[in-house]
Design a binder for this molecule. Structure first.
Ligand code: SF4
Length: 369
């Protein structure tokens, strides 16, 4: 029985959207909310780009976007697609030929706005290439690059202008009998993004790609994204997301997952419950948690681990986790297994011991599935 069915206050109503596919990854409908990121290597540097894509995939990315600004990039995509562990989205800005080349190279999705391609013949060529090669399209409206006529009409970037822009691009695809698309309306301003996404969610049943664009550095961007995306996800809006940080793309993936995990929308890896520590701590909580986070990165099985400094909160938290450790006195603490006190272990040996226990428990959980 899932937690949601016995604890209704955990339920999040999810907007009903159409389901599309990016390669083999479903997006929309009742599919898991997918996490994506974008490479920042030079795309024509195949080995650097493949390495970064696959590091992101190892961190949990369901798909990765790759810039294709020139022919060298779309040529490189042939090789990159073959070596990538996940479907790739080719990021095209204006040039319709790059879109066609990327589709031919095996991109699973094109990030391109049909209204920016140019003539209707060019639009038709791109849509034909997408259809021929099974590519989806992501319409990406950005508050910072709205069409001039919309800026003239609305006076400044605003949610209504972003929604109108998105619906205009949708209309072009629909007029060309193309429904295999998703859409984003990103802005760097959390309020503008949230209002645009809410309006968009009412205006279309297309799958929605969430993002707060140019959110900032690791800490500030994480918080901004957690507030903006968290608020939308809590309202049931969003089928896939990218957290945009001025940081390693792997960090974007980790943050994306943490947002989804916090809302119970995805489960992956070890959820560490740890206290902030204080003078009562029986061991160095902060150092221990930092070590455990690194040493448990390889665990993909959803499970929980409590690392609590003392008995004030330790036994209570351990009751609800797969594995737990609570600091005691005299250089040792209590290990909990499946919520029950199990044995003592010295603080010095605790990290490696807990890693082994988590590995053991993750295997058991996998076998129980
Ligand atoms: S659980 Fe104990 S060590 Fe941790 S913050 Fe609370 S009182 Fe301090």
């Amino acid at each position: 029985m899932s937690l949601n069915s016995i604890r209704p206050w955990r339920n999040i109503y999810r907007r009903k959207s159409r389901k599309i596919y990016v390669g083999n990854v479903p997006v929309g409908g009742d599919s898991p909310i997918s996490v994506q990121t974008m490479t920042n290597t030079l795309t024509h540097d195949v080995s650097a780009t493949v390495n970064q894509i696959n590091s992101c995939a190892d961190a949990g990315a369901d798909m990765v976007r790759v810039s294709c600004p020139d022919i060298a990039s779309t040529k490189a995509m042939h090789e990159i697609v073959k070596e990538s562990q996940v479907p790739l989205i080719a990021d095209i800005h204006f040039h319709y030929k790059r879109a066609i080349e990327a589709a031919e190279a095996g991109a699973a999705c094109l990030r391109i706005n049909p209204g920016n391609i140019g003539s209707s013949e060019r639009i038709k060529e791109v849509i034909k290439a997408a259809k021929d090669h099974g590519c989806s399209i992501r319409i990406g409206v950005n508050g910072g690059s709205l069409e001039k006529q919309l800026l003239d009409k609305y006076g400044e970037p605003c949610p209504d202008a972003m929604i109108e822009s998105g619906l205009n691009h949708i209309r072009i695809l629909e007029e060309n009998d193309f429904q295999n698309y998703k859409i984003s309306v990103k802005a760097s301003d959390v309020f503008m993004s949230a209002a645009a996404y809410q309006g968009l969610a009412e205006a279309t049943d297309a799958p929605i790609h969430l993002g707060i664009t140019e959110a900032g550095g690791l800490t500030s961007g994480t918080i901004k994204s957690a507030i903006g995306l968290g608020n939308l996800l809590w309202m049931g809006i969003g089928d896939t997301l990218r957290v945009s940080l001025s940081a390693d793309p792997v960090e974007e993936v980790k943050v994306g997952f943490e947002i989804l995990k916090s809302l119970g929308l995805r489960h992956r890896g070890v959820n560490i419950i740890s206290c902030p520590s204080c003078a009562r701590q029986g061991f160095d909580v902060i150092k221990t948690v930092s070590e455990l986070e690194k040493k448990l990165e390889h665990i993909k099985t959803p499970m929980s681990l409590s690392i609590i400094g003392c008995v004030v909160n330790g036994p209570g938290e351990a009751l609800m986790t797969d594995v737990g450790f609570t600091g005691g006195g005299a250089g040792s603490g209590m290990v909990y297994w499946a919520g029950k006190q199990d044995h003592k272990i010295e603080n010095e040996k605790m990290v490696d011991h807990i890693v082994k226990l988590v590995e053991k428990r993750s295997k058991e959980i996998d076998q129980e599935k």
